[in-house]
Each structure stands twice: as C-alpha cells, then as structure tokens.
Design a protein around this ligand. Structure first.
Ligand SMILES: [Zn+2]
Length: 442
C-alpha cells in the first residue's frame, strides 16, 4: 500500500516533470468552460486515465446554473495606424476572461472604461474575469496605459459566448475499500502558474504515481473549473459523497514559500490531523490554519449540507503573494523543487492515511519480553534503536483496539513512519495483530 516509494522518490526528476507540464499548459487560454479546458484535460490524459464529463449550459446545479460556453480566437486594440497596441496573441491575460464579442471603433475615453491595470505594479497585466455578468474588457500594464494617446481605437474581441457545455475531468483509482480520498484542483485559469497550474501538475503526477500502487483506499481526482465545477460535481454525485473519508484541494503549490494547510470545516478530521502531523515532523516552514468559508473549492465541499472532511493544501495562499492573479504569476514564479516538496508532503499524507490502522496487542498483561523475541533492535532503517524500542512500547501500550497508529504517533509525539515501523516489527513477531474492523476514516 503505497509502500517503499517514500524513501526512494526521485524528487529532482518529479519536480522537473511537474514543471514541464506547467510549461506545456501555460500558453493555453483556459476558462471555466470551453476548448482551452478540454485541451488541458486532453494533455493530462497522456499521464493518467481521465473520464471527461460535459454538462450542458443551463443545467441547474443547486442554486447556480451552468453558464454559456466561452471560446475565443483573437482579440486586439488597434491604434489609428493599425498597430495592435493590445494583443491577445501576446498574452491571453490581455482579455478579460468571458468577454462577449465586440467589434467597434471607439474613443480612448470610452475605451478606458473597459481597461484594467495594476497601478501598484505598473509592469504587470492583471487577470480579470466576468463569468456571471456579460461584459468585455482588456487588461494591460499600467505603464502602457499611460502611453495611450487620444484618438480612436479599433476594438475587436473575436469570442463566442453560446449554449454549450461545462467540462470537467475525473480520474478514479479504485482501491480495496470503497472509502475514498478526494483530490480536487481548479483548472480554469489561463496563463497563470502558481494559481493554479501548480495544483494541476501536482495532482496529475500524484495520480500517475498512485496508478501503479496497490491501494487500500480509493482515490478520486477532480480537474474542475473553480466554484461552478465543484458545485456541479457535488450536485451530480450527491448520493455517493458519503464515501469520501478524506479530501484535499490543491492550489498554489509551486512558489518558494512555506507550506500552508487549511483545515476542513470539521477541524479535527483525519485529513486535518494527518497534514498537521506530517508538517510538524517535516523540517520545512509551515503553518496550519483554521477553516474559513473563503478560498477555493473547499468552500463547496465544506458547505453545511455536505460538511465533507476536505482541507486545502497550499504554499503561499491566494491573495497573499503580490504576483497573485497577474502576469507575474508566470513560469519564473514557480520552481521545480517547490513542486517536488509539495508532492512529497501530499504523498506522505496519503501514505499515512493508507496505513492508519488499528492493531491489538496479543500480550496485554504487562509488557512482553522484547529481548527474547529479538526485538531489541540493532537493525532497521532507524539509526536510533532506543527510540525504536520506545516507539514499540507506545504501540504495544495503545494497541487496545481503540487507537489508530496516528493516535499513537500523536500521543507519543513521534513520526508516523517510526510508529508504523514499530507496528510492523511487532506484527511480524506475533505480538500485534490488525484489529478485525479497521477504522476507515473519520
Ligand atoms: Zn485564482
């Protein structure tokens, strides 16, 4: 069950692979619907099996409606000499995402009502959307806005906003148990890297890693447009969401900041404890923050009607890095080693969940004599036999059919890996047996 790979991960190669995937997807103009989203799923399908779902525009999903589908071919603003002063072909961020079609000649004064800049970062192009209110606009560096001279401009947005579909991708990897781990990321942003091609690439390579592993738990990876995607998925899968025992929303995992884990609404779900434990025993800067009803798709998974055990794993959270939602969230802002570190934490958490079982001490009346069973260890991966022996004593003491290995690791304040290693040695020696009904989740 996800064994043996944690210590032998080639993090350098994995980091490069995730970065290359981001490089490949970066130029595509994605949105919450449309061909850019489909193209993205198509490219991910090279790595993992993905079922692509298409939900018609106009479909009611709880209090929302699946919007019209948006596609764009070209867009520009031309000056009087016919020069493209703003050009979609140079960056898809130049067009406000979901802009309706436009072809007009207008004055600079009127044009300015449709231009968006970031005066505090005059070299950057902002990322703007208008999904649920029809409109149009262009985004540009503030420095460039200041150079636009009075006169008339030809404005063209060659887009289509028509009845079509909302597309999402689902990769389901069945395990021995129907109990599921949900791993969800939004895939609707155009040329932006940390938010959220980073989450997309970590999820993809994580899924590829799990494909060939034997799995106790089942895994469901969702590649969805933000907000409307999770709402749509939940409305179509309401009858089976009770299988979700643990869930993570992945976002902003490629910057060089420390880790941030945002707890589920429940606050004490196994996923919350697993992330807290793995981060605490990692050597990396991190913080664990409480749930709040603002952020990514955890808002929907943790809405009161579902209250699923789904947290959100990030490095620097949305809105807390200046490059957020701007052209500066580019290929230079994310780093292969940051992606690799995020991947390693995720895999360590999944490994913990896979092995977080309950055992029973078969010799509960006073301590068993470890020496005569060869359990005074001088061998093993752990260099400190005294610590391993102490871990065995903790496992023996708390394996009373009521405590999971994570319960024991927390109480002993020891890394889960050490507690698991101890449990295996004790199991092999016959002192410990798995509890008949392992706890599948919270
Ligand atoms: Zn965003």
């Amino acid at each position: 069950m996800l064994d043996s790979t944690l210590d032998t991960l080639d993090l350098h190669t994995l980091g490069q692979e995730m970065y290359s995937l981001i490089e490949e997807l970066y130029p595509i103009c994605r949105s919450i619907t449309g061909d850019g989203f489909r193209e993205t799923l198509c490219r991910i399908q090279r790595f993992i099996p993905i079922a692509v779902h298409e939900v018609p525009s106009g479909t009611r999903v709880f209090d929302w409606t699946v919007p019209k589908e948006w596609n764009i071919r070209d867009a520009y603003v031309k000056d009087a000499q016919g020069n493209r002063v703003i050009d979609f072909q140079r960056s898809n961020l130049h067009v406000m995402n979901y802009s309706v079609p436009v072809k007009r000649r207008i004055s600079l004064a009127e044009l300015k009502g449709h231009l968006f800049t970031l005066p505090e970062h005059p070299e950057w192009i902002p990322y703007r959307t208008s999904y649920y209110e029809e409109g149009w606009g262009f985004c540009l560096p503030h420095r460039q806005l200041l150079t636009l001279i009075d006169g008339e401009y030809d404005v063209c947005i060659d887009s289509a906003l028509e009845p079509g579909h909302l597309t999402y991708g689902e990769c389901y990897l069945p395990g021995e148990s129907q109990d599921e781990v949900l791993i969800s990321c939004h895939a609707c942003h155009p040329s932006l890297c940390n938010d959220n091609l980073s989450g997309l690439s970590v999820a993809t390579i994580l899924a590829r890693h799990l494909v060939s592993m034997s799995r106790r738990l089942s895994y469901r990876f969702l590649f969805i447009p933000g907000t409307i995607g999770s709402i749509t998925w939940l409305s179509r899968n309401k009858s089976t969401v009770s299988r979700i025992k643990h869930g993570i929303v992945l976002a902003c995992l490629g910057d060089s900041g420390g880790y941030t884990y945002k707890k589920s609404r429940r606050g004490n779900a196994d996923i919350d404890r697993a992330f807290g434990h793995i981060l605490e025993h990692s050597s990396s800067p991190h913080r664990v923050v409480d749930f709040s009803p603002y952020g990514y798709d955890e808002r929907q998974y943790c809405s009161p009607g579902f209250d699923l055990p789904v947290g959100c794993f990030m490095r620097t959270p949305h809105g807390q890095f200046p490059e957020y939602h701007s052209s500066a969230d580019d290929l230079n802002f994310v780093r292969p080693e940051s992606l690799a570190g995020s991947f390693q934490i995720c895999l360590s958490v999944l490994h913990l969940l896979e092995h977080n079982l309950v055992y029973v001490n078969r010799n509960p009346e006073c301590e068993p004599q470890l020496d005569k069973r060869g359990l005074y260890p001088s061998v093993g991966r752990y260099q400190d036999p005294g610590r391993l022996r102490l871990a065995m004593l903790w496992v023996l003491n708390l394996s009373d059919s009521k405590h999971t290995l994570l319960d024991i690791a927390e109480r002993a304040n020891m890394p889960f890996g050490l507690i698991l290693e101890s449990a295996r040695l004790l199991h092999t020696s016959g002192l410990l047996i798995p509890h008949r009904a392992p706890l599948g989740g919270s």
